[in-house]
Design a protein around this ligand. Structure first.
Ligand SMILES: Nc1ncnc2c1ncn2[C@@H]1O[C@H](COP(=O)(O)OP(=O)(O)OP(=O)(O)O)[C@@H](O)[C@H]1O
Ligand SMILES: [Mg+2]
Length: 257
């Protein structure tokens, strides 16, 4: 189910989204080609999480169109939406692991959507899948921790288990909503470097919201900054001066029309 042609994996056009009273996204146009690592930055409340949720159909736009891996979530049936979500990995700030289960079993849970019935224990999963799960743990540098309970791993290790779990579903696009917000700087670098390396090796696009300007610049191919629901900056990370990005956070009330 690769995105044939290597074109855009994600295309948002004229997106507007509000909740009850306020406008949250106000005219978003964004196209992400295959394999690109995009850092999504901007102050709290700018609309980053809302944008990510529109991509996999957790929210639908009030206006405009979303095309994710060639599909419009608004036009998908429940079944089609489930199929689309299986192709889109989601990594959260809170990891979303089951603490009392081993790293390996948590990774295996990434395949549950493709299995017919619930599983209890590592050995109840098909052998080929177990092997693939260990491979994914190896890619995030945690094969030796596979039998350790997740609640005894460090935060950075837990987030890498969560990345491995996402990889088991063979995603064509990974959305990461502040995946390093609760980690210390060293663990943050390790998690982002892991995501970046996998994105480059597998040609998987990543859209990753972040608050750390230095990490956005050092990790991403492209930085997109949101402010008050609008894109106020969209540049290659390599040529973007840090001050310009910092200004997005510092201009407290300016609107960019
Ligand atoms: N389900 C919802 N119902 C009502 N309002 C919402 C909902 N989801 C988001 N909002 C509002 O939309 C705005 C943008 O929220 P969003 O979570 O997208 O911001 P963000 O950029 O991710 O912020 P942060 O950096 O704090 O995570 C906020 O004002 C928020 O209160
Ligand atoms: Mg958010």
């Amino acid at each position: 189910m690769k995105n044939i042609g290597g074109g855009a994996v994600l295309d948002l056009a004229g997106i507007e989204k509000g909740f009850g009273g306020g406008v949250v996204l106000d005219g978003i146009d964004l196209t992400v080609p295959q394999g690109q690592f995009v850092a999504l930055v901007g102050p709290s409340g700018a609309g980053k999480s809302t944008l990510l949720r529109l991509v996999n159909g957790m929210h639908l736009p009030d206006r405009g169109t979303v095309r994710t891996l060639g599909a419009d979530p608004a036009g998908c049936s429940r079944r089609e939406l489930r199929a689309l979500r299986a192709r889109v990995g989601f990594v959260f700030q809170q990891f979303g692991l089951v603490g009392r289960l081993s790293a390996l079993e948590n990774v295996l849970m990434g395949a549950l959507a493709t299995l017919r019935w619930p599983r209890y224990g590592v050995m109840t999963y098909p052998r080929a899948l177990r092997e693939r799960a260990v491979e994914q743990l190896d890619r995030v540098g945690l094969a030796d921790k596979r039998f350790q309970r997740c609640d005894t791993l460090s935060g950075g290790q837990q987030q890498r288990v969560a990345v491995a779990r996402t990889l088991l579903q063979r995603p064509e696009l990974i959305l990461a909503d502040e995946p390093v917000a609760s980690l210390d700087p060293a663990a943050s670098v390790l998690v982002l470097d892991t995501l970046k390396r996998i994105s480059a090796e597998d040609g998987i696009s990543v859209v990753c919201s972040l608050h750390q300007i230095d990490l956005a610049l050092s990790t991403a191919d492209r930085v997109v900054a949101l402010r008050s629901g609008r894109i106020v900056l969209d540049e290659p990370a390599a040529t973007l001066p840090e001050e310009r990005l910092r200004a997005v956070y510092e201009e407290t009330s300016a609107r960019h029309d």
